[in-house]
Design a protein around this ligand. Structure first.
Ligand SMILES: [Zn+2]
Length: 498
């Protein structure tokens, strides 16, 4: 090219990803593992059994310094074979073990279920799905035609090959509403947009310190003094387990409009949609002055930010700028007896029962569905493990993290983790010395966490409120029983031996 010979190479690094001749990603994965392992040294330094940063902080360090590196380019290198991808697993396992202080022999599935961190395979699936949603959320993204198009479906159906991103999308469509993603269009130039006029003054009072009557009076004074000639529109959104809806009411014109939204939409989405519909209604009515009253502070703050990324916020701002009427917004507190707001609230609840007429979802809402779906799949797998196979499974019925796992003292935190996982120095270090299983000196029973906590006669200070014979009762997510178990070990000088 340009009179220079292009060299033929086996690997080529482009935008941080090493491409190899046969696109196996083996070189990339090897380099990635190496660089992650060298970064994990910081965790090793910060995590000792008796002294260390706390586990929450260590996991945060892992996520920001190491996992972010694994995440980079993940939808691309995910086309590598499962065998090749496996070489990355030890990175996360090592980091979780260091962060929690778990014993070396602890099973990986227990580490993941105790910390609530899914394995890298699930992580890659989540990120690949997020990538699909993100691409679809941008209007005319060139990859919609190229990458998301499910080509060669038949070829992939009959082979062990990893499906392309297009085929992955096709396979996921039943579970994830990708096509409902609200598309980001090219925004209008910001200097052409009108800055919304929002009155948030009532939010300076704290709702719990101020009587409802005072709010009602203040609100009334505001309306008569500042907005006498305005048409008043009250809006509200509502959400329950099955449905999402919003409504607007204009009492002086006897207008009520209800809207049914996608059941996965957030309450913010519903409130914002009501604002947009209010603007469209003002246009229809041709009113010259209008006041839109809402109890959603976050919505008003969002539309006041002219650089907000959300496509619906942009839509509201653009609609507001194209309207000839003079529109203002007013925030009022909810449930303090302001009549118009109470009616809008009731109408929004009614809207939960009508048919959905607005299916679109924000990118963030789709991402939440994606994450939930994969975590549920993982949870089902965990629940299906027999309690006899895994010691932690006996105690923990789900993969979602427990509050009691984070303790103030590092020693307590590590010992609790080791007790729950059932692997500790005293019960499992013989594996590394190739010795026989240790027995309790007094009872001659095999040494297990269960034996120490429940059966051993060697232990003193067994409190009367600690009579439980089930390990799951002692180590479950309950602050009182955990405190008692740790106290019991401390008094028997067992904490340091675990
Ligand atoms: Zn014993």
């Amino acid at each position: 090219m340009y009179d220079t010979r292009i060299e033929v190479v086996d690997n080529f690094k482009f935008l941080g990803l090493t491409f190899d001749k046969k696109m196996t990603w083996k070189t990339h994965l090897k380099n990635l593992k190496q660089s992650c392992l060298s970064r994990s040294r910081i965790l090793k330094i910060l995590s000792k059994k008796a002294w260390a940063a706390d586990r929450k902080m260590l996991i945060r360090i892992y996520k920001s310094l190491i996992r972010s590196k694994l995440d980079y380019g993940c939808p691309v290198y995910n086309s590598a074979s499962s065998n090749s991808l496996q070489i990355l697993n030890p990175v996360q396992n090592l980091c979780l073990r260091l962060a929690t202080g778990a014993f070396r022999s602890s099973p990986v599935v227990s580490l993941e279920a105790e910390t609530g961190e899914p394995n890298l395979d699930i992580r890659r699936k989540i990120l690949s799905s997020n990538y699909i949603a993100k691409t679809l959320s941008i209007e005319n993204h060139p990859n919609i035609m190229r990458t998301l198009n499910p080509l060669y479906v038949r070829k992939y159906e009959n082979s062990n090959m990893k499906p392309t991103i297009g085929i992955q999308k096709k396979n996921l469509e039943n579970n994830i509403p990708f096509n409902d993603t609200l598309v980001k269009t090219v925004p209008k130039e910001p200097w052409l947009l009108k800055q919304p006029k929002c009155d948030l003054s009532l939010s300076s009072y704290k709702k719990e310190n101020v009587p409802a009557q005072l709010f009602q009076n203040e609100f009334k004074i505001k309306l008569t003094e500042n907005f006498q000639s305005h048409i008043k529109i009250y809006t509200d959104g509502s959400k329950n387990e099955q449905a999402v809806g919003c409504a607007l009411t204009i009492p002086e014109k006897n207008i009520v409009k209800r809207f049914g939204l996608n059941k996965n939409a957030s309450i913010f989405h519903a409130e914002l949609f009501a604002l947009l519909q209010s603007l469209l209604t003002i246009k229809e009515l041709g009113a010259c002055n209008a006041l839109i009253i809402t109890d959603s502070l976050s919505c008003l703050q969002a539309i006041m930010n002219m650089f907000h990324e959300n496509p619906l916020v942009k839509r509201v701002q653009e609609e507001l700028s194209s309207i000839e009427s003079f529109v203002e917004f007013l925030w009022c507190p909810s449930h303090v007896g302001i009549a118009g707001n109470e009616v809008a609230d009731e109408e929004a609840k009614q809207a939960l029962n009508i048919d959905v007429n607005h299916h679109e979802l924000f990118l963030d809402e789709i991402k939440t569905i994606i994450k939930k779906k994969y975590l549920e799949e993982w949870n089902t797998k965990w629940v299906n493990i027999s309690p006899n196979e895994n010691k932690l499974r006996k105690i923990k019925n789900s993969v979602y993290p427990w509050k009691t796992s984070n303790r103030k003292s590092r020693l307590d935190e590590v010992c609790l983790m080791r007790m729950r996982v059932g692997h500790s120095k005293i019960t499992h270090s013989h594996l590394f010395r190739r010795e026989d299983r240790p027995l309790c000196d007094k009872c001659q029973e095999p040494m297990t966490i269960e034996h120490i906590l429940i059966y051993c006669r060697n232990m003193r200070f067994r409190s009367p409120s600690f009579p439980s014979t089930s390990i799951s009762d002692i180590l479950k997510d309950n602050e009182e029983s955990i405190k008692e178990a740790l106290q019991f070990l401390k008094r028997n000088n067992y904490l340091k031996n675990l």
